[in-house]
Design a binder for this molecule. Structure first.
Ligand code: SF4
Length: 427
């Protein structure tokens, strides 16, 4: 049987001082989250109140055929809206009425703010309240912002989930302890996790978001939550405000992270470690075997994370501890010291962390270090490739199933593939 991850004896949180930068940034905006959120929540519709640029971003990122009936759309603000000549609220009400008449399957409607709607100070919270009252009993109307001003693309999910927390049903103080897994996971990963929770003996398990928004889990003083994604600062705060308690754990990336995640959940429910070890052993063995295939190619290779998805710190921990990669710099848009405490403690000593971005200065550091692999946004990948540097698109990591034991090998493969290509080109 494999030994469980026992981090406490091995960690060293002795990182170099965090480099904090504020300058020009190269990231997508929070609207991008609609791509995976609308696939997950099957009774929800996302109506962006934005410009043609917003519509183009969604259309090209989602790759949806023009004939398809996707569960998102953009209410495009024209010049007269932006100039304040039209009553934007009346327009919005008209568009929502048309939409609801055409799509009776919609149960939850998200009004999603954008840069233009924020510039003209269109109050979408008020609009959501007004429309929610008008459609009470048939459609729930919520709002959040996906604006690109001072945000990064995974914050769209954070804002959306935070908007859902107030409508989670309240559980009484004598309700049995329940667990909420927070963060959008692909269905296949969620099914694996639910099976493991059941084998561990944790039965009251819900997800935020659920596949059907109408089935949101309850929340009360006996609710524990486990973050599946590291970019959910606002959602965590909203859950805390409703009395739920966070279970401190590594994020479920790689064998070690996933083991720690389940161990932490089981400990919170008073389940004996020996039982957890026995349940996880076959999963760990499978995951470790899958990682072995990639270790030769990745061990000793250098990697530089530019700040983008907010997955950087847990992924850096996984790559360095389980695959032997060397971290040259781990950049992240925001460093949530609370949610990442355990991850930061598990990084190798002296690692350079950076928060925020001044893209030119950071590119200078990449060029000076010439890492074997740079994880970055789409806009930076091609210029770096043309300079002979191998890159990995950060957004691909968000779109791929990478959580859990059975995906550990696939996650390693995402980093091994550009290395393999580079090795072949060098021959
Ligand atoms: S929300 Fe802002 S950054 Fe995002 S597509 Fe629209 S205009 Fe561009």
């Amino acid at each position: 049987m494999n030994a469980p991850a026992r981090l406490d004896a091995q960690v060293n949180g002795d990182c170099a001082p965090v480099l904090r930068e504020r300058g020009q940034r190269e990231v997508f905006c929070g609207l991008t989250g609609i791509i995976w959120l609308h696939r997950r929540m099957q009774d929800a519709f996302f109506l962006v109140v934005g410009s043609r640029t917003c519509a183009h971003l969604l259309q090209s990122a989602a790759g949806v055929m023009i004939f398809a009936e996707p569960r998102f759309a953009t209410a495009i603000m024209e010049e007269r809206d932006l100039a304040g000549l039209a009553d934007a609220n009346q327009e919005l009400d008209r568009i929502v009425a048309q939409l609801i008449a055409r799509r009776p399957d919609i149960r939850t409607l998200f009004l999603v703010g954008s840069c233009p709607s924020e510039v003209i100070k269109l109050d979408l919270a008020k609009a959501a309240q007004r429309l929610g009252e008008a459609y009470a009993g048939s459609v729930r109307v919520l709002n959040y912002s996906g604006s690109g001003i001072e945000t990064t693309f995974t914050q769209g999910e954070d804002a959306c989930l935070a908007a859902l927390v107030p409508v989670m049903p309240a559980l009484p103080a004598d309700a049995p302890t329940n667990l909420v897994v927070v963060g959008t996971l692909p269905d296949i990963v969620e099914d694996q996790f639910r099976r493991i929770f059941a084998d561990l003996g944790i039965t009251h398990v819900g997800s935020l978001p659920e596949r059907v928004v109408a089935d949101l889990p309850g929340i009360g003083p006996n609710t524990l939550y486990l973050l599946a994604q590291p970019f959910l600062g606002d959602t965590g705060q909203a859950l805390d405000r409703r009395g739920a308690r966070r279970i401190e754990a590594l994020f479920p990336f790689g064998v070690e992270g996933t083991s720690d995640w389940f161990h932490a959940a089981a400990a919170a429910f008073g389940i004996p470690t020996s039982h957890v070890d026995a349940v996880l052993a076959p999963y760990r063995a499978r995951g470790e075997l899958a990682l072995l295939r990639h270790r030769d190619r990745l061990a000793g290779r250098t990697i530089f994370f530019m700040p983008d998805s907010q997955l950087e710190v847990p992924l850096a921990r996984f790559l360095s501890r389980e695959l032997g990669m060397v971290l040259t710099e781990v950049g992240t848009p925001y460093l949530h010291a609370g949610h990442l405490a355990r991850e930061l403690a598990a990084l190798p000593p002296g690692v350079q962390l950076s928060e925020g971005q001044d893209v030119d200065r950071q590119l200078d550091r990449v060029r000076a270090l010439r890492p074997d692999l740079t994880v970055c946004g789409l806009g930076l990948a091609n210029p770096l490739e043309s300079e002979g540097l191998s890159t990995k698109w950060a957004i691909e990591l968000v779109f791929s199933p990478i959580h859990g034991f059975d995906q550990a090998g696939d996650l390693a493969e995402l980093f091994a593939r550009p290395m393999r290509r580079r090795d072949v080109l060098r021959v």
